[in-house]
Design a protein around this ligand. Structure first.
Ligand code: TPP
Ligand code: MG
Length: 790
């Protein structure tokens, strides 16, 4: 990255003046964009379109200072969800957002209501929308940046970036923020800034007074620098005058609600309130009496978060402080500069047409020129264009902009797999063995293995990552010896930590697991360094991190999730450890291909495929639901394509067969036993191994869509079920919610008797539990009898 040609030119432009012009334009464009969407586009459904003019106005100065002065192209930013319009406007000024999309804000194909990587394009570093997640994501992306840097994977000449969240103050109510803070502290995360838009308003209300004191304490405890950006230059100048400290104390002590209400009411109300409390001070009167109402209003609302100079000073001081994580509490006013500034109900408030007309006049925007980038400003357009083009942030990192697109890492034809025949092995144990063997480093997997990074929320050993970790070590920015090993205490686990380690050990918080997988799964785009992230977790606790998992998928992050153990097959552990709903989650989650193999030969096919699918342009993240239940492996030839497509016949049905069993996962043994008995009565019955209801279902829907649009397609499950007789029956069995397979009957109009778990589990052994929940051989045969009689 050479200095841009315009950099010199930029130095000749009065910088603060230019920034203030941009600030003004962002305020206008964001308010106009929302206005246009709500008032000027015809509505076909009568729904309110919405948008957040007040939330945008709150951060206009912060965005201006950051994007047009401080940010470097390698910096990565999560912008608070409700600042989406002003963020789109920012990108528009950089030429990275189109006019058409802004005109179409919140309509189909237009700019998204909340910033979206996938829908708005790669200039969005992090999607935001579910409050709290984008903020925390920056801490994990900073950790991943350190990881790739210390592994020597960053592209040459690209210095590490800063990972920045512009957060709404109510986002700090979300618990995931504090989980992330604690985890960040453990990993000594650097290069993170969180800039809190402290407008002291959320959606419903004005937030508690002096909350900042709590934030300061919490962040300080986690090793963060906390910087308050409280007063602007006007206020500081007033405070420096005789009596100024009295005024400062009054502002500092003013309850949030009163401050907001006075802001809304304006200069006259400020004067009455100040005179009532401080009217006897001649010095204070000397400050406020000469001011007009408007000037007094401007002074009282001149908070630090609206003063570009003050913001820049605070950011520069933090830069000089190095890479220490820093939280800026920027005092702002929600709706600043708009008619509903400070009003507690302004979150979804929209300016009326009349208010917009007044605002347009104030902004000197001529009708018909509302979208012009430099309309009504005090500096010439070409000067501002030069200024923006020469911003450090305007520079490209890669030919296509700021997002990288490194090539895929080659994936060998097969994973290492020992002899399975005759062994009793669970899929979880098989996973541990395969990954451990990949971790031996030599041979065809050497390159791919060097890109694998594993992580687990305190269940590394119990999800069978042990052999891999023993070979590859734990990642830490600092080398730390394994004390147990050094003192020769016997242990199976070798837990030395170093910057070269390839396992990131997390605390128990599952949201952090998925936030980290999300960050690692975007490393190719954000860091230009492709990783193959694998996260392991107990299957039921996917629910605990579900929002962050969906968030990672929404961002199109690429990773392999291994959830194990699963289902009631985890017998003695009881109901809170036995998952029921996860197969349905796998079906319902977009950009997540979900599988549940029963045997390790299937697992081996799927693991190899997953490493490729995670990297394919039209691929996705992959989820493997595994089990600790050991099954006897017998030699067989498998159709890999069928395993990947979601199902294969273990015993194909004869033409016109009246019944088939379809099993998924660890209940294979019961299905096989029942099938042996069934075949005595129905010799042409079939036995179907389902590896992925998710893929089967997706394929079926896709084929139907294709046919509806006149194309020809037949899905894998349609082909598989074709030999069965019309009106035949399918008994489906899985250790999870039966609805995951109950739909099979709709494919060709067959009758399904679905077996599975639809109640909370409990402790027991497998025979007792499979009997109670109707998954054992008898239950399957009963279901077959019922199916054949129907
Ligand atoms: C997880 C989640 N819960 C609830 C919401 C609905 N919601 C949208 S904005 C908001 C309050 C935001 O307040 P703040 O973060 O202070 O933003 P600002 O004041 O800057 O608009 C809430 C509760 C959401 N988007 N995400
Ligand atoms: Mg707020």
């Amino acid at each position: 990255m050479n200095a841009p040609a315009g950099a010199l030119k930029r130095d000749t432009i009065p910088r603060l003046q230019a920034l203030k012009q941009i600030e003004r334009k962002l305020l206008w464009l964001s308010a106009w964009m929302v206005h246009n969407a709500n008032h000027l586009r015809p509505s076909r459904d009568g729904l309110k379109v919405g948008g957040h003019q007040a939330s945008c106005a709150s951060v206009v100065s912060i965005l201006t200072a950051l994007y047009f002065e401080k940010l470097r192209p390698q910096d990565r930013v999560a912008v608070k969800p409700h600042a989406s319009p002003v963020f789109h406007a920012t990108n528009y000024l950089f030429g990275r957002q189109s006019l058409e999309k802004m005109v179409d804000l919140r309509s189909f194909g237009g700019a998204q209501a909340y910033p979206s990587r996938v829908k708005d394009g790669p200039e969005i570093d992090f999607s935001t929308g579910s409050v709290g997640l984008g903020v925390a994501a920056t801490s994990f992306s900073a950790l991943i940046q350190d990881y790739v840097r210390l592994h020597g994977l960053l592209p040459e000449g690209i210095p590490p970036g800063r990972h920045i969240a512009i957060a709404g103050d109510a986002e700090l109510d979300e618990g995931n923020i504090y989980e992330a803070l604690l985890e960040g502290w453990k990993h000594d995360v650097r290069n993170v800034w969180w800039i809190v838009d402290y407008n002291r308003q959320s959606l419903d209300s004005v937030v508690q007074d002096r909350l900042f004191g709590r934030f300061e304490g919490l962040f300080g405890d986690m090793g963060w620098n906390v910087v308050r950006i409280k007063h602007g230059k006007l206020q500081e100048a007033a405070f420096a005058r005789p009596g100024g400290q009295v005024l400062r104390s009054w502002i500092d002590d003013c309850p949030n609600s009163l401050y907001a209400s006075l802001t809304f009411q304006g200069g006259e109300a400020w004067r009455m309130a100040l005179l009532a409390d401080l009217g006897r001070s001649k010095e204070v009167r000397a400050i406020i009496d000469p001011l007009t109402d408007d000037e007094l209003g401007a002074l009282m609302t001149n908070l630090g978060g609206h003063d570009i100079e003050t913001i820049l000073e605070a950011l520069s001081a933090a830069e000089a402080d190095g890479d220490r994580p820093t939280c800026f509490i920027a005092y702002t006013i929600k709706g600043m500069g708009l008619p509903f500034a400070g009003h507690k109900d302004n979150h979804s408030g929209l300016m009326t047409r009349e208010q917009m007309d007044v605002f347009r006049t104030e902004m000197r925007v001529r009708p018909g020129h509302e979208w012009d980038a430099f309309e009504g400003l005090d500096l010439p357009a070409d000067m501002l264009r030069d200024f923006i083009d020469a911003c450090p942030f305007a520079q490209k990192l890669a030919p296509q902009g700021r997002a990288f697109a490194p090539p895929a890492i080659a994936v060998p034809a097969a994973v290492p797999l020992g002899k399975l025949a005759g062994r009793k092995l669970s899929t979880q144990a098989g996973f541990g063995e395969i990954l451990g063997d990949i971790g031996r480093a030599e041979g065809p997997w050497k390159e791919a293995a060097s890109r694998i990074v594993t992580t687990s929320p305190d269940v590394t050993v119990s999800t069978s990552l042990g052999p891999w970790v023993n070979r590859r070590g734990l990642f830490d920015r600092h080398t730390r010896n394994d004390v147990f090993r050094d003192t020769k205490v016997a242990s199976m686990q070798r837990w030395g930590m170093s910057p070269g380690g390839q396992h990131i050990e997390l605390g128990i918080a599952e949201q952090n697991l998925f936030l980290l997988l999300g960050a690692a799964g975007l490393s190719h785009a954000l860091n230009g360094a492709r990783l193959l992230p694998i996260g392991t977790v107990y299957d039921p606790f996917v629910n605990r991190g579900l929002d962050a998992l969906i968030y990672a998928c929404y961002q199109d992050a690429r990773f392999l999730l291994v959830s194990t153990p699963s289902g009631i097959s985890l017998a003695p552990e009881g109901g809170q450890h036995q998952s029921v709903n996860t197969p349905l989650l796998g079906m319902a989650a977009d950009r997540l291909a979900s599988y549940e193999p029963a045997y390790v030969d299937e697992l081996a096919i799927l693991m190899r495929w997953a490493f490729a699918h995670m990297q394919a342009p039209d691929g996705s993240a992959v989820w493997l639901r595994l089990s600790t239940r050991a099954l006897l492996h017998t030699p067989r030839a498998l159709d890999a394509a069928a395993v990947i497509a979601g199902a294969h016949w273990v015993v194909p049905p004869g033409e016109g067969a009246p019944i088939a069993l379809a099993y998924q996962g660890a209940v294979a043994a019961e299905a096989e036993a029942a099938f042996a008995v069934l075949r005595e009565d129905v010799p042409n019955a079939g036995l179907l191994a389902v590896t992925s209801p998710d893929r089967l279902y997706a394929g079926w829907l896709a084929a139907q869509r294709m046919r509806r649009s006149g194309g020809e397609a037949i899905s894998h499950i349609e082909t598989l079920l074709a030999p069965l007789a019309p009106g035949s029956a399918v008994v489906s069995i899985l250790d999870g919610h039966p609805a995951a397979l109950a739909w099979l009957g709709s494919v060709r109009g067959q009758r399904v008797v679905p077996l599975g778990v639809d109640r909370f589990g409990q402790s027991g052994d497998i025979p007792d539990l499979y009997c109670e929940y109707e998954l054992d051989e008898d239950a399957i045969l009963d279901a077959c009898a019922q199916a054949l009689l129907q």
